[in-house]
Design a protein around this ligand. Structure first.
Ligand code: MN
Length: 508
């Protein structure tokens, strides 16, 4: 569904969830401005038991002149024309049901409501503001000309990602970098975020932790509070000597909001957040900082009446148990029952990082999987595929396993139109390099045979060429090793085996 599809309706009412947050306000404001520019009669509304009270939200509403109206739950009238619920799904528990002629949904939470044909629900987005930003861009709406709107969208993203620290989706990062917002207003909102009551909540939360000394993790359940407090508490906890990994969460009207932190390379916070929310919500972020949300409806379906504290403590311990850590340099690959495969003869793009003009020593790579800091001093290569996935290779690996050509890797031809285009940013000057523009063609060498076997259990393995970042193998994925050097052990995700590899024709 695009915004053009909704232009057949008039009037249009945009509804935020009850107890609206900055993300709901920002996203709804973007839609309001768009439909207004198309000459529609538009309203922005919310309902529920409480009117907006939090200082930062009142400030946001007043300073940005966001024309939102409160509809009391008693005696509300039917909505004429189209009703769009934003940052929430019509019929879900966190939004008061308003009767309307037509209904549409624009949201970034896990899909809960499936019976509304006019829906755009994309859980990959970190904020609904970013989803709306993308939809406005699809319509060529000039968002960047409107600093007030940019500020609202930016603050929406800011608050939904624990002050941008838990960003996971590259499009959200693109919006963060692309918006021209009012810096002094953002600073005002930021500094009126917490109340004295919330200060007390944070204090109480910190003395009621549970600690697992086997795996050195802590779990804290906080009383209802602004979600940004979760990030604050978890950042603080991580500084404690005995704590390597922590989870801080609280209960909201429709689910659980969580913050995850890790300061050890054996645990990636983004993966742990995805693990804790798998099938019942969504989670992700960075290696050290991540966040997530669990829908109460889905939680109850899967875990029944299990107490959230029990669930989180058990799931945290299970994560450590299910994913033992190995280092490929001391790992002995067992070839028994392994099947020999070879790489399919496909075109990949490759980039030798040190050949990027003007790239400094430190940079960031942004791919469909998020961002990573890169030290470019090592002779590093990136190999990218048609879907925008990126793999790191050393110089030796490139020579050994790929035939590198001089031909340019034409992204228009060789990459899926919808794939996110990976990019690098120099840390010093912020210069952006679209990897596709610099990539040349490489083809895997056909004679290199690879042992492949399916994993029954989870594993984390640090490859010989990277002592900083492990590869995660989940049950069902494949553990592979080059036949001529089995220390080169690596993971092939299950969906990629048949896409990129084929069984070796002869076993000699
Ligand atoms: Mn949101």
């Amino acid at each position: 569904m695009t915004l053009s599809d909704l232009l057949q309706f008039n009037p249009i009412t945009i509804q935020c969830h009850d107890n609206p947050d900055a993300d709901a306000l920002g996203a709804a404001f973007g839609l309001y401005k768009f439909f207004k520019s198309k000459g529609k009669r538009v309203r922005m509304v919310y309902s529920g038991r409480f009117e907006i009270q939090k200082a930062n939200l009142s400030l946001m509403k007043n300073k940005l002149a966001i024309p939102i109206e409160y509809i009391p739950t008693e005696g509300r009238a039917k909505i004429e024309g189209l009703l769009i619920t934003v940052d929430c799904q019509y019929g879900a528990g966190n939004v008061t049901r308003l009767e309307a002629d037509y209904v549409a949904i624009i949201d970034h939470h896990q899909i809960e409501i499936t019976d509304q044909p006019m829906s755009r629900i994309e859980p990959r987005f970190d904020s609904c503001a970013t989803l709306v930003w993308c939809m406005l861009k699809e319509e060529q709406y000039p968002v960047e000309d409107d600093m007030v709107l940019c500020t609202a969208l930016y603050y929406g993203l800011y608050t939904d990602t624990n002050q941008l620290s838990e960003l996971s989706n590259p499009l959200d990062m693109d919006m963060r970098d692309g918006l021209e917002y009012n810096k002094s207003l953002i600073s005002q909102f930021r500094n009126s975020n917490l109340s004295l009551k919330e200060l007390e909540i944070a204090g109480i939360a910190m003395i009621r932790y549970s600690y697992n000394d086997g795996y050195r993790f802590a779990v804290i359940k906080s009383k209802p509070c602004d979600p940004n407090i979760l990030g604050l508490i978890s950042d603080f906890l991580l500084q404690v000597d005995e704590i390597d990994v922590c989870l801080v969460y609280n209960e909201t009207s429709d689910g659980y909001k969580l913050s995850v932190r890790s300061c050890i390379k054996e645990v990636n916070a983004n993966e742990l957040a995805a693990y804790l929310t798998a099938g019942i919500g969504n989670g992700g972020g960075h290696l050290e900082k991540a966040g997530g949300f669990i829908s109460k409806k889905l939680y109850e379906k899967v875990h029944g009446a299990t107490h959230s504290e029990a669930y989180f403590n058990t799931a945290m311990a299970a994560y450590f148990e299910e994913y033992p850590v190995y280092h490929a340099k001391d790992y002995r690959y067992d070839c028994t029952d392994a099947v020999l495969y070879v790489h399919k003869q496909k075109k990949y793009g490759y980039v030798r990082v040190k050949e990027l003009p003007g790239i400094g020593r430190w940079s960031i790579i942004r791919t469909m999987d998020g961002e990573l800091d890169i030290e470019t001093a090592d002779d590093l290569y990136f190999v990218l595929d048609s879907q925008g996935r990126v793999e790191f290779k050393t110089h030796e690996q490139m020579l050994a396993y790929y035939q590198c050509m001089d031909e340019n890797f034409a992204t228009e031809e060789n990459m899926d139109e919808k794939a996110y285009r990976p990019l690098m940013k120099g840390k010093k000057d912020g210069a952006t390099y679209m990897l596709g523009d610099y990539a040349k063609v490489c083809i895997p060498k056909k004679e290199k045979q690879i042992y492949v076997k399916q994993l029954e259990d989870g594993i984390k393995i640090f490859p010989v060429w990277d002592e900083e970042r492990y590869q995660l193998g989940m049950p069902g994925d494949y553990l592979a090793a080059y036949r001529d050097d089995t220390r080169h052990t690596f993971i092939i995700p299950k969906e990629l085996l048949n896409e990129n590899y084929e069984i070796a024709a002869s076993l000699e």
